[in-house]
Design a protein around this ligand. Structure first.
Ligand SMILES: [Zn+2]
Length: 350
């Protein structure tokens, strides 16, 4: 987008964060879509955990529903769900689950031009309120869909998810420090649009983790605080109209690993590792970032997520090529294998 050009923002209309409020999801969906049919996209585990509660609530709200299983968020699976949903004649799609189901629901909703609601059951990344979905089989990075019409969170459900997921969410938040620095760099070097408000909002989400990390070290991160920060980060992307405030070189590193070593490490964990190294390149306090990640229980070394030297070095070398138009510190660092190995080594990632 050209600086000074028109800028449009799409934001979620209703966000509810409660404790033990899953039984109220029917009323929430009815308030957004009216009493009609809803297409529910979920995985088998989540459905067995909260499915009957959701159905009971929908019944009370006078809604009907059809379940769809998100086996994964590949383009093929999204296409299949999209075809199934077309036959539901529903007014809204709800993605209930961790990353996969919400991403599949988002992508299917975009393809069908329907509104969707995200109902995260884990807080492992900032996708719950963001207008982006990662769909495997397309580009290696997120694709633009549209902002969710609503976001509905039951913190009790989030708390029951494995601790590793919440720590990963903290990694995705810390990443905003790098993303905003890279955005600023793109603005300075190539005159890219830079939204000071969305940049500040994204930074604020990261600061919440940085400032509370020591307190989180005792009993683990506070799920409600992390969820609110993740939603706020998603809204920052909505306001920016791009993933810029929440995705810089550290995300490119994570996307490179998705390709080189699929299935190893969670998104937020890999972004956290990337953040440590990119902070060093930016001349930021990388030790402070590593310390905060350690405090929240997120990995700070590649070995902790089963990644070796060859993969980390390769990911650092190819990261910028995955998205050449996105100006980041990697463009200036121009890493080769030796300097990449050195960077990972001196920051303790290797
Ligand atoms: Zn992310």
């Amino acid at each position: 987008m050209a600086p000074g050009g028109p800028h449009s923002m799409e934001l979620p209309r209703r966000i509810v964060i409660g404790e033990g409020n899953m039984p109220e999801i029917g009323g929430f969906l009815a308030s957004l879509a009216g009493a009609g049919a809803v297409s529910l996209v979920s995985g088998p585990q989540v459905r067995s955990a909260v499915g009957s509660m959701v159905e009971e609530s929908l019944r009370e709200a006078g809604m009907t529903w059809v379940w769809h299983e998100a086996a994964d968020s590949t383009a093929g699976s999204v296409g299949r769900i999209q075809e199934e949903i077309r036959a539901d004649h529903s007014g809204i799609i709800a993605g209930i689950g961790g990353g996969r189901s919400v991403d599949a629901a988002k992508a299917a909703a975009a393809g069908l031009d329907m509104p969707y609601v995200s109902v995260p059951t884990a807080a492992s990344h900032d996708g719950m309120a963001s207008p982006f979905a990662s769909v495997r089989g397309e580009r290696p990075h997120s694709v633009v869909v549209s902002a969710p019409l609503g976001v509905f969170v039951d913190i009790e459900v989030i708390r029951r998810a494995p601790a590793r997921l919440l720590a990963s969410g903290c990694g995705d938040l810390v990443a905003n420090i790098i993303a905003v620095s890279d955005w600023r760099l793109g603005h300075e070097r190539i005159g890219e649009y830079y939204g000071i408000y969305s940049a500040s909002l994204a930074r604020m989400s990261a600061n919440i983790v940085m400032e509370n990390a020591a307190a989180f070290a005792e009993g683990g991160p506070d799920a409600r605080v992390v969820v609110e920060a993740l939603i706020s980060a998603g809204v920052a992307s909505c306001i920016a109209g791009s993933s810029r405030p929440c995705s810089g070189a550290e995300h490119l590193f994570s996307h490179a690993l998705d390709r080189i070593a699929p299935g190893r490490g969670l998104h937020g964990e890999k972004c956290g590792l990337g953040s440590i190294m990119m902070a060093e390149l930016h001349g930021l306090d990388w030790e402070g970032i590593a310390g905060a990640l350690r405090d929240v229980g997120a990995p700070t070394s590649a070995a902790q997520v089963g990644l070796g030297e060859a993969e980390v070095v390769e990911a650092l070398c190819i990261a910028q090529e995955l998205r050449p138009e996105r100006y980041t510190i990697l463009r200036e660092a121009n890493l080769d294998r030796d300097s990449a190995r050195d960077l990972a080594g001196r920051t303790g990632v290797l």
